[in-house]
Ligand binder design. Structure first.
Ligand code: PLP
Length: 422
């Protein structure tokens, strides 16, 4: 496709006053590398936005899309119909998740649709269970749950939410690392009014924060004790990113609801899902029930998207990519560790899957507010793509096909960029 000016395009999360007309045009990808329109290659240290798990340039995913489109590109799944890829994918996902008798509700876009759907499903579940007063949803400070209305309200990153708050009522955030704070919030609000607790197994966009030891066991126990649904937001952690199919398996969770997207298709096409365990599905599936989850999207269960997801899962299984993540977890941690000694770095967080963040010292950021964007740019100029998380740290979440040499290169380029910082 020939290039025209990019000044008509409005980028998400970007200062268009300076960016407009100067975007980097990415035109091609292969493995962990993407190329811009001028032919410059970049090692993608973040798998685009944490999603390109199987790497770029997989023809088999393109062929799966083309084959499905030739038969039936799309047909809705509202009310009465289904399609073969959606059925196949639902039963495959139900077998992969650590949940009994799971049911899969497909959403259209990415994780934001899945999060808002899960929040609404939690309320619909309690209404169908005769407890319609259970409506408050809790989440964690630092959490990211997407940018639809519920997700924005559940997100605990003030920079992203301040302009919009309050959007959805009856949401509350608790400390990200303190189970007692969750227990206290439930006790204060009253368990009879709390519907669900949303929790990323490892907080992603909030800065790659692994749960403190015992934290997830404890919050899961508190939710059970208080009859609060435990919702694992697996949009980043799912499909191998943390060295298991799901973060829930890595941390021994059995969620009531799970949200997935990103790695489900490795981003080749957008697709998300809410996966409901037996308990949440029961009031709607029970013989004779008249309860209906009145919710859905035009493209829920889109056959082409589901066919691509099937091909993506085939690649993950055939190439043992989750095992590969496990074997690269230590390699990544070892490569990034020396950066912790750099005077501009306060902490390197790594050690759970192919996920890491290099935190830049607060004092340095306060002195130079453009320090993190400057480091991102410096790394890009040296051929490595990363991004700033919360304006405070550099993200690392490469495709699973990344090589050990490429991981070393990410670390070397980060070190050079830090050394070159003014
Ligand atoms: N939930 C989590 C944990 C995420 O990290 C994201 C996106 O990064 C979302 C939800 C929203 O997903 P999307 O941007 O695909 O709508």
């Amino acid at each position: 496709m020939t290039s025209v000016s990019s000044d008509r395009l409005w980028n998400p999360f970007a200062s268009m006053a300076t960016l407009s007309g100067h975007q980097v045009k990415i035109v091609r990808g292969e493995g962990a590398t993407v190329w811009d329109a001028g032919g410059t290659p970049y090692l993608d240290a973040i798998a685009s936005l944490w999603y390109c798990n199987v790497g770029y340039g997989r023809r088999e995913l393109a062929e799966a899309a083309a084959a499905q489109m030739a038969d039936l590109a799309a047909f809705h799944t509202f009310e009465f119909s289904t399609n073969l890829p959606a059925e196949a994918l639902a039963s495959r996902l139900a077998d992969l998740v650590p949940m009994d008798d799971a049911r899969v509700f497909f959403t259209a876009g990415g994780g934001s649709d899945a999060v808002d759907s899960a929040a609404k499903l939690a309320l619909a579940y309690w209404a169908a269970s005769g407890e319609p007063e259970k409506r408050t949803i809790l989440s964690r400070e630092g959490a990211y749950h997407g940018m639809n209305a519920y997700g924005t309200s559940l997100t605990g990153i003030p920079l992203l939410t301040a302009v919009f708050d309050p959007l959805v009522g009856l949401v509350e955030r608790v400390a990200w690392d303190d189970a007692a704070a969750l227990a206290a919030a439930i006790a204060r609000i009253g368990p009879q009014r709390v519907a669900a607790f949303f929790c990323e197994p490892v907080i992603g966009a909030g800065g790659v924060l692994a749960p403190p030891d015992g934290y997830l066991d404890e919050v899961q126990r508190i939710c059970r004790e208080n009859d609060v649904l435990f919702v694992a937001d697996e949009v980043v952690c799912g499909f191998g990113r943390v060295g298991e199919w799901f973060g829930s398996q890595r941390f021994g969770l059995r969620p009531d609801l799970m949200t997935v997207a990103k790695g489900l298709t490795s981003g080749y096409v957008p697709l998300g899902a809410v996966i409901a365990g037996e308990r949440v599905a029961e009031p709607f599936f029970r013989e004779g029930s008249t309860d209906v989850f009145r919710h859905g999207y035009t493209y829920s269960g889109h056959p082409t998207a589901c066919a691509v997801a099937m091909a993506n899962l085939d690649v993950i299984e055939r190439e043992d990519l989750i095992e590969r993540v496990r074997s690269l977890e230590g390699v990544l941690a070892t490569a990034l560790k020396p950066l912790a000694d750099h005077p501009l770095v306060s902490e390197v967080r790594s050690g759970v899957g192919l996920l890491a963040a290099v935190e830049i010292r607060e004092e340095a950021r306060a002195e130079r507010p453009d320090l993190v964007p400057g480091l991102v740019k410096a790394a890009r100029e040296r051929g490595v793509l990363t991004r700033g998380l919360r304006g405070a740290s550099l993200q690392v979440s490469p495709p699973f096909v990344v090589s050990e040499q490429e991981i070393d290169r990410v670390a070397a380029v980060f070190a050079e960029s830090l050394d070159a910082a003014p």
